[in-house]
Design a protein around this ligand. Structure first.
Ligand code: DAH
Length: 359
């Protein structure tokens, strides 16, 4: 047995490789024993360590470990090649090129269900000539509340619901994370002259505890149309078109063009609209006849809307005697949950691929 030197270790490796190269299947076991057996080459190398100095023991010990691992992995690869041969009577390389084998499945990424619904909503309103306007998520309290006619003592301003930013007040007052997209109405009316016809999608924040229907962070699409002679019937027309476009296939017997009733409007209250309404859409389960989902009313609550409050118009320097307008606020999560019949909002945010793959 030759001495323990780097050169000899390398030589051993080369010999192993050349023996492995031409090997037949039935010879592989013999080769394995020759190197890895109880009296094999590797074991012999380890035995030689005992007579060496501590320093050399360490050095060569590591080298033998490495060599052993390397040879083992080459041997295993050869075994795999043989097992392929056996299964298909083809060489390993041919096997890799076998075009009739099923391919590897790669999952294509796709658009998140919430974004899909948002895109759909935006496209419906763009078809009606609405422009898209964006506003900041970090917003002035003044725009989020005051200019929207939400008085100082209104519960919506409560620290419970609103996330105030821990930073010094600006010359325009306190800063909040916007609790709704409505402040973008203010920005739009301050920066443009009527006619204004815009939707304002975006993320909003509230101090809520998480459950199946609450998030501290969700999405809305605000709508605003301001011009001369805008009437409540215009609002209803636009929103009915929206409902038919998004839900037509589930709540209508026929197509989007159908004259069937799809909604009803109930009186409500928002500080920034007068009158304020809530829109319910026909129940997609029972199609209006009454069932458990709609609590036998035939309708499901969908969104808030109304005619822009004269005080709000004044706050953005528009004369209420000249201009009127309507506004609405759509919850994107709510629409997506209704459209896809999802009963837990948290599913949208947990990135569970089993859920997301369905859309
Ligand atoms: N901003 C309201 C909210 O977050 C939703 C809303 C209701 C928006 C009525 C509107 C509206 O523009 O007219 O709950």
């Amino acid at each position: 047995m030759p001495e323990l030197t780097e050169k000899n270790l390398l030589k051993l490796k080369e010999t192993f490789i050349s023996q492995l190269k031409g090997i037949k299947k039935e010879e592989i076991e013999t080769l394995e024993t020759r190197y890895f057996g109880r009296k094999g080459e590797i074991r012999k190398l380890y035995q030689k360590l005992s007579s060496l100095s501590l320093e050399k023991k360490k050095k060569y010990g590591e080298m033998i470990n490495l060599l052993s691992k390397e040879l083992e992995s080459l041997l295993n690869q050869k075994k795999i090649e043989f097992s392929y041969d056996q299964a298909t009577k083809q060489t390993y390389d041919e096997q890799l090129l076998e075009s009739s084998l099923p391919g590897t499945n790669f999952f294509l990424g796709h658009i998140h269900p919430l974004q899909q619904v948002l895109d759909e909503i935006i496209s419906v309103f763009r078809n009606l000539g609405f422009k898209v306007e964006l506003g900041p998520e970090i917003e002035l309290e003044d725009y989020n509340f005051t200019k929207l006619n939400i008085p100082e003592n209104h519960p919506a301003r409560d620290m419970q619901d609103t996330l105030y930013l821990d930073m010094p007040d600006t010359d325009k007052g306190k800063i909040v994370l916007r609790t709704h997209t409505s402040p973008t109405q203010i920005r739009t009316m301050l920066s443009q002259k009527p006619p204004i016809k815009a939707i304002m999608p975006g993320r909003v924040y509230r101090r809520d505890n998480l459950d199946a229907s609450h998030q501290f962070n969700f999405h809305q699409v605000e709508g605003l149309l301001v011009d001369k002679n805008v009437r409540l019937s215009d609002l209803k027309g636009v929103l009915n078109y929206f409902v038919k476009s998004i839900f037509g296939d589930v709540i209508l017997k026929d197509s989007q063009e159908s004259n069937e009733t799809v909604s009803r409007f109930r009186q409500s209250y928002f500080p920034f609209t007068e009158p304020s309404l809530e829109m319910d859409m026909k129940c997609f389960i029972c199609k209006g006849t009454g069932c458990g989902v709609c609590k036998n009313t035939g309708f499901i609550e969908l969104l808030g809307c109304g005619m822009v409050h004269p005080e709000v118009l004044k706050n953005v320097n528009l004369a209420p005697e000249v201009y009127t307008g309507f506004a609405f606020g759509i919850g994107v999560e709510r629409v997506a949950m209704l459209k896809y019949r999802i009963d837990d909002m948290r599913l949208f945010y947990t990135n569970d691929i089993r859920f997301l793959k369905q859309f």
